[in-house]
Design a protein around this ligand. Structure first.
Ligand code: SF4
Length: 194
């Protein structure tokens, strides 16, 4: 099913490569490296908003060994339920992403944009509010909080992502908003969505 979207998925890979490269350059310039930090971003409940990233993650997921895929899907169902219960109780959930195994992402090449960009301070051009500055993560503040900001502009990445998403939307005809955690994406059957 992914063949139909292959041009978009190949472009997304190139975009991810650009993000990783830009992120690496800036984090190296800061001397910031995250390894084994207690404020693990894989514990953070991030939402992802694009069908194209859902597709790309599912493409990676489809390549896993079937027994591992089944185990991860089951775990993703449990995580989704735990997150729901925590939110219903007014608690901000801190539950490990089902793709994190022994501290490593088993779909690292397929991880979504926010997994790639989180951590270092950044800026982006908001269509109404002009430039928005975003902070680094807690670990960044501990390691490099005293260092002057180095420009890391997410705007071109967001713009390219929006263009790719528009292309996938045109192809599918889907206009509904997309907002899911990684766990929620993994429990979905892409054939039923697309
Ligand atoms: S997709 Fe990978 S990098 Fe992103 S939160 Fe899950 S385990 Fe962490």
């Amino acid at each position: 099913m992914f063949d139909k979207y292959i041009d978009f998925l190949n472009d997304l890979k190139l975009l991810y490569d650009r993000m990783d490269h830009a992120y690496g350059e800036i984090s190296d310039a800061y001397g910031f490296h995250c390894a084994g930090c207690s404020d693990n971003c894989c514990l953070t409940r991030f939402f992802h908003h694009t069908l194209i990233e859902f597709l790309y993650l599912q493409k990676g997921f489809a390549g896993l060994d079937e027994s591992l895929r089944e185990a991860v899907r089951k775990e993703a169902e449990e995580v989704t339920e735990k997150v729901r219960q925590a939110e219903d109780s007014g608690i901000v959930p801190q539950i490990m992403c089902p793709l994190n195994k022994k501290g490593l992402c088993i779909l690292y090449e397929y991880r979504p944009m926010i997994c790639r960009l989180h951590g270092i301070p950044h800026e982006f051009a908001h269509p109404v509010r002009n430039k928005i500055l975003g902070p680094g993560c807690h670990e960044f503040e501990k390691q490099c909080g005293e260092t002057a900001y180095l420009e890391f502009n997410r705007t071109p990445f967001y713009q390219k992502m929006a263009r790719l998403e528009r292309g996938v939307r045109e192809l599918t005809g889907i206009t509904d908003k997309f907002k899911k955690t990684v766990a929620q994406m993994l429990v979905e059957d892409p054939e039923k969505i697309l």
